[in-house]
Write a protein that binds this ligand. Structure first.
Ligand code: AMP
Length: 497
């Protein structure tokens, strides 16, 4: 038996001196060096007590060594459990208590706080420069623990905006199959160079970006975070960028981001949150590139993608990826093309269930393999999927369903509006009232009354906002997702009797 994921990502390249990572200052780490670095970490994880199947929880800054730690965990036959660097010790306590890792790796600055919540787990450190006991010393042995396709490779906790955060269990084959699919769909080859400015504690930066580029034997310019001033001068060395929508709006804010900057690029990919059609158009006008938008989630990896060749439709997430089935349902039946329903997916990309939550798993992942995503959407006659929002963001006002996206799209067309978030707020008569939180364009002062009046002609009464609140910007998390739960909490008392 071999190790399914290591064999697909790294084994073919371990003798290669081609660059895997390129730092902002130009220093390179080859595939051969990365393999060696990971071999040393395997030894030290094992010395700390890690056995096949054990969880290795990791809350560290992004560095080449952090990627090596991920690879080493896979090689040791263990389960990688990355944690958002923004999580507080109290949050880490929950994940560690739930997942019971053998080892927790943290930044040295957090060692004491981590120890206090780590229970019997062994605590090790890795700093932002990749230094610490895991990377200290030689790799005088090089081995990889056998794992088959159904063994777990990773547990990623969902962001958990409602209720407890759930650990999504991903197998070697879940990750391997999706990387294969993306390499094919996006034509990734060893000649590609990715601008990698995403965090690697999330599926986007770790699996979508890193796994597919390693599988192809390609290179990644490894940036700790998005800093447009740093990224723009590096773009002429790259061929592909993957980002969340805020990457694109932040690039567009920069006058030094021009058609020339992007001239050598062949692909820009966006995901993790909806890309405004307006951003898509503005990006094309500036650079001549049409951003390719795709849709996935922690539990499923990538489900749909606009085509590499063929029409990339702004505002849609494209058709199902090869090997992935998508259906749109209402209750137990599929809806007609163009109608809104629940997006369900099935395929080798779909996870194994939620860690130690058999009931939650049974609710969302059916025995025949269909997973209920929680996203509402439509699919048109030629298969393109459009997401209209999370099911839990649906507003029910006076007993009628209001899909936030329909209202947001009309508000976004109004003068002075950059973007908007439509939420449901408790209301004594209607149950919930539609409220629009509107982010103004720089220097503009959109008029709430004018917005309500403009919608009056275009939307049924029950869909119209009862209140429009103008703000400078919408609250977002690190993956660019608008925090609707936070907005609902902030405005919960708006119609209190
Ligand atoms: P996460 O598990 O953090 O990756 O979040 C997954 C969720 O992000 C999905 O269920 C969608 O609600 C949302 N999402 C991901 N990609 C897109 C996209 N291209 N457009 C709209 N929403 C998206």
């Amino acid at each position: 038996m071999t190790n399914r994921l290591w064999d697909a990502l790294m084994a073919p390249h371990v003798e290669s001196d081609a660059a895997l990572l390129i730092r902002a200052d130009g220093r390179r780490i080859s595939y051969r060096e990365m393999a060696r670095l990971s071999a040393g970490i395997v030894l030290r994880l094992e010395a700390a007590g890690v056995r096949p199947g054990d969880r290795v929880a990791v809350q560290v800054e992004k560095s080449p060594e952090a990627l090596a730690l991920y690879l080493a965990t896979i090689r040791a036959g263990a389960v990688f459990l990355p944690l958002n660097t923004a999580y507080t010790p109290a949050e880490v306590a929950y994940f560690v208590g739930d997942a019971e890792p053998a080892v927790v790796v943290c930044d040295p600055a957090r060692l004491e706080a981590t120890r206090a919540v780590a229970g019997s787990a062994h605590c090790l450190t890795l700093d932002a420069e990749g230094r610490g006991p895991l990377t200290d010393g030689a790799a005088d042995d090089d081995h990889t623990v056998p794992r088959d396709g159904s063994d777990l490779a990773a547990i990623l906790y969902t962001s958990g905006t409602t209720g407890r955060s759930k650990g999504a269990m991903l197998s070697h084959d879940n990750l391997r199959s999706n990387a294969e699919t993306l390499v094919g769909a996006w034509r990734i080859t060893k000649d590609d160079v990715l601008l990698h400015a995403l965090p690697i504690f999330h599926t986007h930066g770790l699996f979508v970006a890193s796994n597919s580029f390693m599988m192809a034997g390609a290179a990644m310019i490894w940036l700790p975070r998005l800093d447009p001033g740093e990224l723009i001068p590096l773009m002429p060395q790259a061929t592909v960028m993957m980002g969340v929508p805020t990457f694109y709006t932040r690039l567009l804010d920069r006058p030094d981001f021009t058609r020339d900057t992007a001239a050598g690029m062949r692909l820009f990919v966006s995901g993790s949150a909806p890309l405004l059609a307006e951003t898509h158009r503005a990006f094309e006008a500036r650079t001549g590139h049409r951003i390719l938008e795709r849709y996935g989630m922690t539990e499923t990896n990538m489900n749909t993608s606009n085509p590499y060749e063929g029409e990339r439709r702004a505002g849609t997430v494209g058709p199902a990826l090869p090997g992935v089935e998508v259906r749109i349902t209402e209750g137990a039946t599929e809806v007609a093309p163009g109608e809104i329903g629940m997006i369900e997916v099935r395929g080798p990309n779909v996870f194994q269930g939620y860690w130690r939550m058999p009931e939650k798993t049974a609710e969302e992942l059916a025995a025949d393999g269909w997973f209920t995503t929680g996203d509402l959407g439509t699919r048109d006659a030629d298969g393109y999927v459009t997401i209209v929002g999370r099911g839990k963001d649906l507003v029910i006002s006076g007993g009628f369903n209001v899909y936030p996206k329909e209202v947001e799209m009309l508000i976004d067309e109004q003068p002075g509006v950059l973007e908007s978030a439509v939420i449901g707020v408790p209301h004594p008569d209607f149950g919930e009232a539609v409220v629009a939180v509107v982010a103004r364009q720089k220097g503009a002062d959109p008029d709430p009354q004018a917005i309500i009046a403009a919608l009056g002609e275009r939307l049924a009464k029950f869909k119209q906002p009862k209140r429009v609140i103008v703000v400078d910007e919408l609250p977002r998390n690190t993956m660019g997702k608008v925090q609707k739960a936070a907005l609902r909490a902030e405005h919960a008392g708006l119609f209190a009797p």
